[in-house]
Design a protein around this ligand. Structure first.
Ligand code: MN
Length: 232
């Protein structure tokens, strides 16, 4: 097919132990999925799951062993880290029951849902969409994907974020309010999932600001760690 402009390239992320990459179609994110984080954001910790999206080209793919560079974004004075388990969908579907949901998962990665918190809060107060706070360039750093079969213990794994070698966020995946399977059930009731979709599954408590020069190291046990430097 001919196009009137060059077609945009498909964003993609690395895969553990393979040269082939995982192409990204959509990025779904879950809000307030750990009780202590929901409380620190002003909620009760007992809400139904809710979702927002980032554009696919918001991914900042970081290769195994590398340190990604995330430019400090425009307009904000309060850039926050949110360490999250990311689910990669390999088989699409709609109205997927939780009992069948894990069959749709290709693999898992560690991600950061970077947030312009001041802009997000302004939009919340005004009852306006969050996109400017959440969906900006390089707002979704992500490490290499590991196939689901290689990480059977992922649903109980520790999740940690260090900034400059000091622990900022620490929890366990089994403290999520809504499990990976339940998230897929809810999400696929609202949207038809397809191969290439990523789901950022929410962050535990301890979100805080970073500044240019900071080194973030995000880990979920069993997955490749994700390291990102904030640059000017
Ligand atoms: Mn988040």
């Amino acid at each position: 097919m001919n196009h009137v402009i060059a077609p945009p390239t498909t964003p993609s992320i690395a895969v553990h132990g393979k040269s082939e990459r995982f192409p990204v179609r959509r990025i779904y994110c879950v809000g307030r999925n750990y009780a202590e984080h929901a409380i620190e954001m002003g909620g009760t910790g007992r809400e139904a799951p809710f979702f927002f999206m980032k554009p696919a080209d918001a991914v900042l793919p970081v290769e195994a062993g590398a340190i990604g560079a995330m430019p400090y974004p425009s307009l904000t004075k309060n850039l926050h880290h949110e360490v999250e388990l990311v689910v990669a969908i390999g088989q699409g579907g709609r109205d997927i029951p939780a009992a069948e949901a894990l069959r749709h998962v290709w693999g898992y990665a560690v991600g950061l849902d970077m947030t312009r918190r001041d802009l997000q809060n302004d939009m919340k107060k005004a009852g306006r969409p969050w996109d400017i706070g959440k969906g900006f360039e390089a707002s979704a750093p992500i490490g290499p994907l590991t196939p689901a079969a290689q990480v059977p213990g992922i649903h109980r794994a520790p999740i940690v974020l260090d900034v400059n070698g000091t622990v900022r966020q620490v929890s366990h995946i089994d403290r999520m309010i809504w499990s990976v399977a339940e998230i897929i059930e809810h999400l696929s009731a609202a949207w038809t999932l397809a191969p290439g979709d990523l789901i950022y599954t929410g962050t535990p408590e301890g979100v805080a600001a970073v500044v240019a020069g900071d080194l973030l190291e995000a880990r979920v046990e069993g997955l490749e760690p994700l390291r990102v430097r904030i640059t000017d």
